[in-house]
Design a protein around this ligand. Sequence first.
Ligand SMILES: NC(=O)c1ccc[n+]([C@@H]2O[C@H](COP(=O)([O-])OP(=O)(O)OC[C@H]3O[C@@H](n4cnc5c(N)ncnc54)[C@H](OP(=O)(O)O)[C@@H]3O)[C@@H](O)[C@H]2O)c1
Length: 246
Amino acid sequence: MNLEGHNVVVVGGSSGIGWAVAKAVLAKGAEVVLAARNHDKLEKARAELGAGARVRSVVADIGREADVARLLEEARQGSAAQTVHHVVVTAADPAYQPLPTFDIEGARRVIDSKLLGPFLVAKHAAGVLDPQGSMTFTSGIAFERPAPQGSMVAAANGGIVSLVRALAIELAPIRVNTLSPGWVDTPIWDRLAGDSKPARFAQMAERLPARRIGRPEELAHAAIFLMENTFTTGTVLHVDGGHRMA
Ligand SMILES: NC(=O)c1ccc[n+]([C@@H]2O[C@H](COP(=O)([O-])OP(=O)(O)OC[C@H]3O[C@@H](n4cnc5c(N)ncnc54)[C@H](OP(=O)(O)O)[C@@H]3O)[C@@H](O)[C@H]2O)c1
């Protein structure tokens, strides 16, 4: 499948892996709708993509059903093609906390961004998506290699794997897949690790078969594969430098 002229919605497109997906999709001649919660970050991301009218942005929190419904409708109506061909969700609002004091609001934000949000996106995208189209969600290494204090992230990453398999059956012929990144150098790490980021990356790089941390473009490359390969559905595509074996 050629993405030329396709309309692609990227939820999480204002940062990290989502922004790299938007950039790669634009390079293929598609139009892109970036969605995230923070308006200023979205506008900055849109300007940095520099593709003029081929990039639109919609402020939306995918944990809220009304936002998701509006996002999909605006994405369809504003498109030259009057449809949506692919939806990619890379949103995450992670919380790492010890279980005894885990803040329930933080736990809910993980589920809203990584599991309930994708579910709502699927619910509202199913009716507007081109039948040849696809949905791509994002799991992560914590599914198979959980870390202490990462219980909710691990649960959400595992849940999305089961969700895409169920949706691939229910929504066929629309294809539904998930990416599963290992450690990738994005702004999420500036928030999670702060000043210890370089040391943590160096330690992890040493352990990984790939001997380095991933780059957002490498996940974007995989997302393009999942959009273009029309025989792939219900799949988890691991792009993790071999982390599952390390
Ligand atoms: N980077 C890694 O090492 C790594 C490893 C494993 C898995 N992953 C997964 O890969 C995905 C992308 O991560 P990343 O590193 O690119 O993160 P990132 O740079 O922090 O980007 C996250 C994006 O999601 C948006 N977002 C968060 N919550 C949202 C919500 N409720 N509704 C709509 N948008 C929301 C953020 O914008 P706003 O805050 O403005 O909404 C931002 O655009 C995530 O699912 C993450 O769990 C990443």
